[in-house]
Design a protein around this ligand. Sequence first.
Ligand SMILES: *[C@@H]1O[C@H](CO)[C@@H](O)[C@H](O)[C@H]1NC(C)=O
Ligand SMILES: *[C@@H]1O[C@H](CO)[C@@H](O)[C@H](O)[C@H]1NC(C)=O
Ligand SMILES: *[C@@H]1O[C@H](CO)[C@@H](O)[C@H](O)[C@H]1NC(C)=O
Ligand SMILES: *[C@@H]1O[C@H](CO)[C@@H](O)[C@H](O)[C@H]1NC(C)=O
Length: 279
Amino acid sequence: MATSDGNAVFVLLLLCTCFVTTTLACDTSGAKFGYVGSVGPAHWGSLNPNFTRCSKGKNQSPINIKTSEVVYNPKLEPLLRNYTATNATLVDNIVNVELRYEDPAGTVSINGKKYSLKQMHWHSPSEHTINGHRFPLELHMVHKDEHGNVTVVAFLYRFGRPDPFFFQIQDKLFELYAEGCRADKGGEVSAGVVSMMSLRQHAHMYYRYAGSLTTPPCTENVVWIILAKVREMTPQQAVALMAPLEASYRHNSRPTQRTNGRTVQLYHRFWSNEETSSP
Ligand SMILES: *[C@@H]1O[C@H](CO)[C@@H](O)[C@H](O)[C@H]1NC(C)=O
Ligand SMILES: *[C@@H]1O[C@H](CO)[C@@H](O)[C@H](O)[C@H]1NC(C)=O
Ligand SMILES: *[C@@H]1O[C@H](CO)[C@@H](O)[C@H](O)[C@H]1NC(C)=O
Ligand SMILES: *[C@@H]1O[C@H](CO)[C@@H](O)[C@H](O)[C@H]1NC(C)=O
């Protein structure tokens, strides 16, 4: 099969060149925070006066979602997402790999308000956990309204079949990776037109809660929408998404935070009156 052969070559290339980068000490001094040691999550709050929310905030993310404690809310609406295929840029942010949209890429509607898609990025392993279970990967689609209020739509991934979305950016990931140690200068490559079509599926059930950005400055009042349906990708795809990053940032997951009494609400399409009463 042509695709799996192509995949195998890609992985082989990654593995060979990975070896080279891991032996080079990349300069990541441009990063304002990290995931290990003195710049790790436990110290974020004191790294910069603007980061105090990371240690003092009471509504922080990520959290562990206990499915026995989620509250079904029949008033929650279906996830209304209207994305358009648009030009994107793949960016190495040192701390993660991001797909950034310069042009309007579409919106998600929450309580009748529209939030525009700005960027998406990946964390490995997952930041949110379900009943204490951590997944290999988590994708965050970051949306903002005109006041800067943030809504993140998150997807959890387990290892399994290939993720079709990934194929649109795999060559660009490799290009970014091949740039090597330019991370400290903010490497980026044009990714061309990227379609969000495959990410619109499986929204029958989602969790929703009020949290924060999972990276400094840990800004709060972020609406989190976490799709309950766990998606799949191959281990090779997960490796490729982290490969452009310097070794210490390939594990870029913030530990779960206290809920402090916050409830996680559940939307379930088949339980809502609206849907069950329609033919
Ligand atoms: C804190 O944030 C403000 C506004 O973004 C910025 O001007 C300032 O330089 C930041 N302070 C530090 C210490 O980074
Ligand atoms: C989706 O967005 C496009 C362009 O942004 C717009 O023309 C269209 O009406 C929107 N569709 C819905 C169902 O909101
Ligand atoms: C994407 O960018 C190319 C080159 O700048 C341009 O020709 C094309 O029209 C753009 N496509 C979209 C959907 O914006
Ligand atoms: C959005 O931001 C505005 C201005 O900061 C604020 O007044 C409003 O409450 C926010 N809305 C939501 C839904 O968070």
